[in-house]
Structures are given as C-alpha cells and as structure tokens.
Design a protein. Structure first.
Length: 197
C-alpha cells in the first residue's frame, strides 16, 4: 500500500484489541503495527488499587501514546490497538476531580491530537460480562481489582464519543471469534470494502 491508511481498534479493557490487531496485521499484510505500551505506566497498578493517581495515570498514557505518533506519518497500512480518543474516554472515567479533568482536556487539545485521526476505527463492542470473563482468563495480576462498575462506565463513555464519529465499523465482539479464519476473513472483507469507498 502506497498511501498512508491507519486502522485503529477500540473497545473496553480485554475486548480483544491487541489480539485482533496482531491478526489483522498478518492477514492484511500491513506495514506497521503500533501497540499500546500499558506495562510501562508506573501509575496503573496504583490506580487499580484505588490510589489517587488518576491524573498522573492518564497524563502518562497521553504522553506515551503521543510519542508513538512519530511512527504515524509514514506511508503504508498502519494497524494500531488503540485510537487517540481513548485518552478522553479513560480520563472521563477515572479523573473525578473536575479541575484536573479540565486541565487534562486542555493539554490534550494543545497537543492537537485531532490531526492524528484514524481513517477507520473498528470498535469491539462487548458486554461487561464478556470482558470480565476474558480479563479473568488472561489473569494479569493487577487487573484482579477491576470492578464491573468501572468497566460499565468505560462502555458508556466509549459510546458517548462514538456517536459523533463517522469512521467506525462496530462489531459485536461478544460473538466474534478472532481465532476462526472464516470470521476473520469476513471482517477483513468488510474493512476492505470500507477502504474502497
Ligand atoms: N474474539 C475473542 N474470543 C475469545 N477470546 C478472545 C477474543 N479476542 C481476544 N480474546 C482473549 O481475551 C483476552 C483479552 O484480549 P486482548 O488482550 O487482545 O484485549 P485488549 O482489548 O487488547 O485488552 P487491553 O485493552 O486490556 O490491552 C486475551 O486472553 C485474548 O486471547
């Protein structure tokens, strides 16, 4: 692929973004794969233990994702397991202090992240029960403390942002089996059709 085309995957924690990003990268013979580096964030485990570090957690993610954007202006097909609007979804969910949230959003706007718009967002729509099961199965120790309420709020805030977007393919990820070749092929065909328009 000559021209730059960026496809990002979004959805709740454990909805299957990284797994699908890897699968699409292979299947679509893409040029770049950009994956979230969540394990580098020193605040995340503290946040899950209910420490008052929401602003620090979200700022760290914002800066870390922003620094990955330097890989973002090359020609070719880019697949990423997150979109930059994720920063806003999570900040609204975790930062309870209104002044801090305002500050976060103003920094986000100064960075002018809108210019890093994806050509296509594939949203993995999941129920809270589905992600709870997948999170349990993958068994990352710090995620044991995640509660259903938090996951439900994330779903709600994702939906709030998605309703104003016009570049989204939404898939029912409760039913979607990324390990089934036929289902993956169907999704790739749907994406290719979208790319042609
Ligand atoms: N379609 C699927 N059906 C069943 N299990 C899945 C599916 N997709 C992913 N999984 C499994 O669910 C778990 C979570 O998937 P993954 O790590 O890709 O989610 P994620 O959305 O990237 O999570 P996070 O946002 O926390 O990084 C993994 O153990 C993965 O193997």
């Amino acid at each position: 692929m000559n021209k730059k085309y960026k496809i990002t995957l979004e959805g709740n924690i454990g909805s299957g973004k990284t797994t699908l990003a890897n699968a699409l990268f292979e299947k679509m013979d893409a040029d770049y794969l950009i994956l979230e580096e969540f394990e580098k964030n020193p605040y995340l485990s503290l946040l899950y233990e209910k420490a008052d570090v929401a602003f620090e957690t979200e700022m760290f993610f914002l800066v870390s994702r922003y620094s990955q954007l330097k890989n973002d202006n090359q020609d070719g097909l880019i697949i990423s397991d997150y979109d930059m609007f994720k920063n806003l979804v999570f900040a609204e969910t975790t930062i309870k202090n209104k002044e801090e949230l305002k500050k976060f959003k103003s920094i986000y706007n100064i960075l002018n992240i809108k210019s890093a718009r994806s050509d296509l967002i594939v949203y993995l729509d999941t129920s809270v029960d589905t992600v709870v099961n997948r999170i349990k199965k993958r068994n990352r120790s710090m995620e044991i403390k995640l509660d259903k309420n938090y996951l439900a709020n994330l779903n709600k805030n994702y939906k709030k942002y998605l309703k104003d977007m016009d570049n989204v393919i939404l898939i029912d990820a409760n039913e979607f089996n990324v390990f089934d070749e036929k289902q993956l092929d169907n999704l790739v065909n749907k994406i290719k059709k979208y790319m042609e328009v």
